[in-house]
Design a protein around this ligand. Structure first.
Ligand code: NAP
Length: 303
């Protein structure tokens, strides 16, 4: 049974290379014939681990291939997920499974609406990878991946493939809580690192801003029925700031490199949820507006 992987970027390549070297059949799905040709010219995916580069000639195809898809790992950005799945929907067999690795919330629901016949498994990962250039990815930070399905708590049998591939993971019985918790951490840290143009550690100079955001995010989580995800949020935010003090957040990296951010699925999603629940969260709302203005001023999309 082949794994199809759409999104041969940082995370997709990291998964593809590890599955392929464990002997699991993998098919990459590349955007179009030009990208497929560039991929063949590169000879495959290169994964760099501890300064050692290794080439993995993983099989690849374009979305309009006719091969049926049983299992699809979606590793594109949140803003590309819905359209990417829509074009593959006709290829999904009955009972197909999608594994959604997008950060934040919102894109998973839109994907699920496109493919009501499929099981959607949600994932949250603390692994880190970045693209040195096309089809060459550096495994920058070991971490953990949680997978789960809010509609069906039964773990899929293919978790064994991940085990064999050395992809450290757990089946989560409350994946939504994990995704909300990660979203809240992201909302408390990433936008401020962009607005103050600093590393995560720079936020130690803004304790009052962090405290008010954490209080409002806690309120939001409670109102959304995610009380567990609110537990000790402020303490964890401070811990993450300390532990990652030397790092630039992913949003800071996106903005400084002129790339589109996933704001709609992070702070944007939080503000929309607050509005839906008629919750007034002035600090969170002001942060969202400042961030949108900041992106617009730099010519970056605000969605
Ligand atoms: P990335 O490096 O930008 O890779 C995304 C890939 O998706 C690109 O290769 C892009 O193709 C491809 N893509 C988009 N639309 C497509 C389509 N319609 N057909 C085929 N390919 C398509 O992104 P990433 O860093 O791996 O992040 C993916 C998701 O994982 C994000 O939500 C991110 O927040 C999350 N995440 C990432 C990390 C990490 O360390 N990187 C960690 C945790 C979570 P092109 O190359 O042709 O543009």
């Amino acid at each position: 049974m082949s794994w199809h992987i759409l999104g041969a970027g940082s995370l997709g390549s990291l998964w593809a290379a590890r599955l392929a070297r464990a002997g699991v059949p993998v098919q990459l799905i590349l955007r179009n014939p030009q990208r497929l040709q560039a991929y063949h010219q590169a000879g495959g995916l290169t994964l760099v681990e501890q300064d050692q580069a290794r080439l993995y000639p993983v099989a690849a195809q374009t979305p309009d291939s006719t091969q049926p898809i049983q299992r699809l790992l979606l590793t594109c950005k949140a803003y590309d997920a819905e359209a990417a799945v829509a074009q593959l929907a006709p290829r999904l067999v009955p009972g197909a499974e999608l594994i959604l690795l997008q950060n934040g919330l919102g894109s998973q629901d839109r994907v699920a609406l496109q493919v009501p016949q499929a099981r959607c498994i949600l994932a949250s990962s603390t692994e880190g990878a970045f693209r040195e250039r096309d089809f060459r990815v550096v495994f920058a930070g070991h971490g953990h991946t949680w997978l789960g399905d809010p509609l069906d708590l039964q773990p899929p049998a293919w978790l064994e493939d991940l085990h064999q591939a050395g992809i450290v993971h757990d089946w989560s019985l409350d994946i939504l809580s994990r995704l909300w918790r990660k979203l809240a951490l992201n909302c408390a840290i990433n936008p401020l690192t962009v607005l103050h143009d600093c590393r995560n550690g720079g936020l130690r100079d803004h304790p009052a801003e962090i405290a008010s955001l954490c209080a409002e995010l806690g309120e939001l989580l409670q109102r959304c029925g995610q009380g567990e995800a609110a537990h000790d949020l402020h303490e964890e935010v401070l811990r993450v700031i300390q532990a990652t003090a030397a790092n630039y957040s992913s949003m800071h990296q996106d903005v400084s490199q002129g790339r589109r951010t996933e704001i709609t699925y992070l702070l944007g999603y939080a503000c929309a949820a607050a509005q839906r629940h008629r919750l007034t969260l002035p600090h969170l709302q002001a942060l969202h507006e400042r961030l949108l203005a900041h992106l617009t001023a730099r010519g970056l999309p605000s969605h």
